[in-house]
Design a protein around this ligand. Structure first.
Ligand SMILES: [Zn+2]
Length: 380
């Protein structure tokens, strides 16, 4: 979401709009212009802006529910196809996921109720103009759009809201991994149907279909990985045979060790105690900028995250990917026992899953970028 522009913060959650959102404004403005000149163009833009305000409120519904359960919400981003609330994690407890998933559409139900009271009942859809021309007509359009938002989002196409409701209900009777696999299968089947229907309805539906299909795939993969790592501890797969460097060494030594031992990351030791960490990304960049004579001490990380040998990787894995530190020392009683990298975890997973899913190796790119879980994909 790097190409998004900040709009502000609500409840401490960063709200942003993706650059491509401008396309929607241009598209609607142009449709309005074609329909009835400048006046219609302004009403069309008003319609889009109020509609997307409803989408933000929908995402805030999810976010507030998530925060209630202590889950960190990074941001809400508006895309042309709707909103995405990025959360640190998706709770595995079925009741929590259910409440967070339902909280979004509930906001739209409230908006519908308020508008029905305001306009004095359900409007007749049949004689509704294509674009609003008065505030009353705008209210009717927003009312209808919110009803569509509720219905569409509750379609059980995981990872859309209805799909999360389905997964949480399945997960309360069968294991979480199987529930996710079922929800993914149903979600992907429905997304193929969306895609085909998009030919007749709108290309936006086809884009949403692709997001749903890939979103289901990536969440299912993450759940399978966590399942595989449920009984794996940091101490089980850490590398224990490593060379350490000293703060007075030059970066030349990293290059030597890299060629001789294929070691990429280095702990920095003084008198048997670890005082720093030199991940490959950092020493390579320093080597490139300052040359071989640059000193380890000037470039090493002095503050870094370490793991305990008993850390269960299933719970630490997402954080390891998100923190992007590159290498994690495994420490016990202040002593370094070894270290692990996302690549070790990935290789271990490939090894574990090799027999079952020969072709589904963990994508190495995942270890390079921060990927908070995306909670929802909503129609805009
Ligand atoms: Zn939603």
């Amino acid at each position: 979401m790097r190409s998004s522009f900040p709009l502000g913060r609500v409840f401490g959650i960063r709200i942003g709009v993706h650059a491509t959102f401008v396309l929607i404004l241009i598209w609607f403005g142009w449709l309005g212009w074609q329909h009835g000149g400048m006046n219609s163009a302004m009403w069309a833009l008003a319609l889009v802006l109020v509609l997307f305000t409803c989408v933000v409120l929908h995402e805030l519904g999810h976010s507030v529910a998530a925060k209630f359960f202590g889950i960190e919400v990074h941001s809400i981003t508006l895309l042309p196809i709707g909103g995405v609330a990025a959360m640190k994690a998706i709770p595995e407890e079925p009741h929590k996921e259910l409440i967070i998933a339902v909280a979004g559409p509930m906001v739209n139900v409230v908006i519908v109720a308020v508008l029905v009271l305001a306009v004095g009942g359900m409007p007749g859809w049949a004689d509704m103009p294509v674009l609003p021309g008065t505030v009353g007509e705008l209210a009717n359009h927003i009312l209808l759009a919110n009803i569509v938002l509720v219905i569409f989002n509750m379609i059980p196409a995981f990872p859309m809201d209805g799909g999360r409701v389905l997964r949480s209900m399945l997960a309360s009777v069968i294991p979480y991994g199987s529930a996710t696999a079922w929800a993914t299968g149903i979600g992907q089947f429905l997304s193929v149907a969306f895609f085909v229907m998009g030919f007749w309805i709108t290309p936006l539906l086809m884009i949403i279909a692709v997001f749903v299909f890939l979103g289901a795939e990536s969440e299912n993969r993450m759940v399978r990985m966590k399942d595989s790592l449920r009984d794996v501890h940091a101490g089980d797969i850490m590398m224990t045979d490593y060379a350490a460097v000293s703060p007075d060494d030059t970066l030349r030594i990293c290059l030597d060790y890299y060629y001789r031992r294929r070691q990429e990351d280095f702990p920095v030791f003084v008198d048997g105690g670890m005082i720093g960490l030199l991940p490959r990304r950092i020493w390579q960049e320093a080597l490139h900028r300052h040359g071989e004579k640059a000193r380890v001490e000037d470039h090493m990380l002095r503050r870094f995250v370490s793991l305990h040998p008993d850390t269960v990787l299933a719970s630490a894995f997402q954080d390891i990917l998100a923190m992007n530190q590159g290498v994690y020392p495994v420490m016990e009683h202040g002593q370094m026992r070894g270290f692990i990298t996302p690549e070790y975890v990935s290789r271990h997973l490939t090894f574990l899953q090799g027999a079952r899913h020969r072709n589904r190796q963990f994508d190495h790119n995942d270890s390079k970028t921060e990927r908070p879980s995306r909670f929802s994909i909503d129609l805009g």
